[in-house]
Design a protein around this ligand. Structure first.
Ligand SMILES: Cc1cc2nc3c(=O)[nH]c(=O)nc-3n(C[C@H](O)[C@H](O)[C@H](O)COP(=O)(O)OP(=O)(O)OC[C@H]3O[C@@H](n4cnc5c(N)ncnc54)[C@H](O)[C@@H]3O)c2cc1C
Length: 599
């Protein structure tokens, strides 16, 4: 049986020790979030994740959602857990107090999200999608829309969705066919079919509010003609209570690989009453604002599953006896040694541990930058922090989820055949993790976003928000003998990244296919360096705290950091070679040669 314990010690480390989270108290609106309050929130969230959400993870996976006569039921226990969730105020933790929220820093909220994803990713989809809808309405809704809908989202009594995908249109949203027809009042009639809509229909809330991309009759073709609309399942009465049913219906739910307790729905809009959100034809702008937070959230789903997989794998590797250590018996009194003695098993475990803790630190760096940007007192400060958020969003999304899937897979490997069997829970993590690499823009699209938009934005200004602190760190620590190995490894990988960026920028200028062919490698190379930077910073702190380390926490950090720098960061060398080789072997091959017969 899998178990889950919230990793509060490491969360405290990244929040307080690595990034001085207590400083956030100085930002307007965060005054109440002292170290004690942060600690209390983390502990309570840990309890909720361990005692309420985790026990429903496997049963929810086995039972899944059911669909009958247009009604979707979540698995047994989900409704009760959701009620506990909203009674505890978790839907409003990071929300604006003006709408009933608690106004917590994003950095704190994201740690809570991680615990939810580790313990029950399917459950987390329901409040997660509402969070996305909340963000879009916060930025682009009218004050009237905000007062009505945001307060319900914050209470958790109404939930939200993001309706983009249609049968003929996934990545390419320019192909959307759903139509919006203006009415004599300020409303619209929305007609069309959306597919794969997470939390599109369920039994957890009294209303579901769909944020729908559709086209007005006078829309220009392509993505420039898309607008965003708000379409509730039940039309609200003037007093804000639930009124008559709108023309929105769930046609079916998908039978899918993972996150089986999260409903994935076909939603049919049939002359449904809706309202424009933001300006007409500017729906993509609103969607992107919401997607940035959502993409970080999906990266955190990957992180959460990495943590869960690690906890299962390390526990199993300590208990399962197989074979003897290569240098002789480690436990001669036992019939065999624990799996943990075998170098290959240790490598698997250390890979998961190093990527998980490194990604958690990276997520925290970005979340704190989000907080500092949002609360900045001047435009220069706002931009300085936001540049990093913009640059790192595709990094966190793609690397967090690629390593989430790889880590879940490695965790399963540690269990051998027993990992492949449902009872231990490891195969569920692999299945659940797989979708995170696909939705919110596939990881291939994240790479294109990174190379096509983020890398070149404002003549490289976003890139500088990352390069400058790395360079500074290397210079500041170059003469510290204790940091020597770490700094050399980081500097080498950083040099590779600079060379790769230069090469892709130069080749991509004359041939966009060259940039496209290098995009995934470059995003991965950037990710390894970003996580390497995090490990270098964590190593520095751990070195300074070795004198007070009763549990061996800092020793563990130093050992894991050393593993990352010597065993994982060198992958930047292979990625650079692939990038410097250029894209012709990908681009120039004749399409007919992809045929099996041609081989
Ligand atoms: C469980 C689940 C939940 C989902 N939840 C939601 C939801 O709540 N709301 C919603 O609107 N959608 C949702 N989706 C849809 C999801 O976002 C899409 O599946 C995803 O965006 C990819 O679109 P597609 O499946 O049509 O693939 P396609 O767009 O057909 O892409 C297929 C492949 O081609 C690649 N590709 C496509 N275009 C390009 C390009 N220009 N350059 C390079 N590569 C390209 C992609 O990376 C991908 O690997 C969900 C999907 C699933 C399975």
């Amino acid at each position: 049986m899998a178990t889950y314990k919230a990793p509060l010690r490491d969360m405290r480390f990244v929040y307080q020790e690595l990034f001085n989270g207590d400083d956030l108290k100085r930002l307007p609106g965060y005054e109440d979030f002292s170290a004690d309050v942060v600690e209390a929130v983390l502990k309570e969230a840990g309890k909720l994740a361990e005692e309420v959400l985790f026990p429903l993870n496997s049963s929810g996976d086995i039972e899944g959602c059911t669909f009958e006569n247009g009604v979707v039921r979540t698995p047994t226990g989900f409704k009760e857990a959701y009620n506990q969730f909203i009674e505890g105020g978790w839907t409003g933790l990071g929300a604006d107090p003006a709408y009933g929220g608690q106004g917590a820093p994003k950095a704190l909220n994201i740690l809570v999200e991680e615990m939810i994803c580790s313990s029950n990713m399917s459950f987390g989809m329901y409040p997660g999608l509402t969070h996305g809808a909340y963000d879009a309405l916060t930025l682009y809704g009218t004050e009237e829309q905000k007062q009505l809908y945001l307060t319900k989202f914050v209470k958790g009594t109404w939930s939200g969705t993001m309706c983009l995908t249609e049968p003929q249109c996934g990545t390419d949203l320019g192909l959307i066919r759903t139509k919006a027809v203006p009415q004599s009042d300020d409303s619209m009639k929305i007609t069309g079919t959306k597919i794969f809509i997470s939390a599109g229909e369920h039994d957890l809330t009294e209303n579901i509010v769909h944020l729908v991309l559709a086209k007005l009759p006078d829309a220009p073709p392509g993505v420039k003609g898309i607008s965003l609309f708000l379409v509730p399942k039940f039309l609200p009465k003037p007093d804000g209570s639930v009124g008559p049913r709108n023309g929105v219906a769930c046609g079916s739910i998908e039978n899918k690989m993972g996150i089986k307790a999260s409903s994935t729905c076909v939603i049919n809009f049939d002359d449904a009453q809706g309202w424009l959100v933001g300006e007409k034809h500017k729906g993509m702008r609103a969607m992107f604002a919401m997607m940035n937070t959502a993409r970080l959230g999906v990266g955190v789903q990957g992180l959460g599953l990495s943590e869960a997989a690690y906890q299962g794998a390390i526990q199993y590797a300590r208990g399962r006896l197989q074979g003897r250590g290569l240098k002789g018996a480690v436990k001669p009194d036992k019939p065999a040694d624990p799996l943990l003695v075998h170098p290959d098993v240790r490598k698997n475990l250390l890979t998961i541990k190093a990527l998980t803790e490194g990604t958690r630190a990276l997520v925290m760096w970005v979340a704190m930058a989000q907080d500092k940007s949002e609360k900045a007192e001047n435009e220069a400060d706002r931009l300085r922090h936001d540049d990093l958020v913009q640059l790192m969003t595709p990094v966190v999304k793609a690397f967090g989820t690629d390593s989430g899937f790889d880590n879940a897979n490695l965790g399963l490997q540690v269990y051998g055949g027993h990992g492949y069997i449902r009872e231990h829970g490891m195969e569920q993590y692999v299945r659940d993790a797989r979708i995170t690499q696909i939705y919110e823009g596939t990881n291939g699209i994240q790479a294109l976003d990174f190379v096509g938009r983020k890398m070149s934005a404002h003549y490289g200004r976003y890139m500088r928000s990352f390069f400058h602190p790395v360079q500074q760190f290397i210079e500041d620590n170059a003469s510290d003998p204790e940091m020597e190995d770490t700094v050399i490894a980081l500097a080498k990988a950083f040099g590779r990244l600079q060379q790769a960026v230069g090469s892709v920028a130069q080749k991509g200028m004359s041939d966009p296919d060259e940039a496209g062919a290098a995009a995934t490698d470059l995003l991965k190379l950037t990710s390894y360096v970003a996580v390497g930077f995090m490990w270098a910073r964590m190593t520095k702190i751990a070195l300074s705290k070795q004198g007070d380390d009763p549990t061996g926490f800092y020793k563990g950090k130093l050992a894991t950091g050393r593993f990352y720098m010597t065993k994982l960061l060198p992958q930047t060398g292979a990625l650079l070679s692939s990038i410097l080789a250029g894209g012709s072997s990908i681009i120039d091959i004749d399409n007919n040669l992809f045929n099996i017969e041609a081989a």
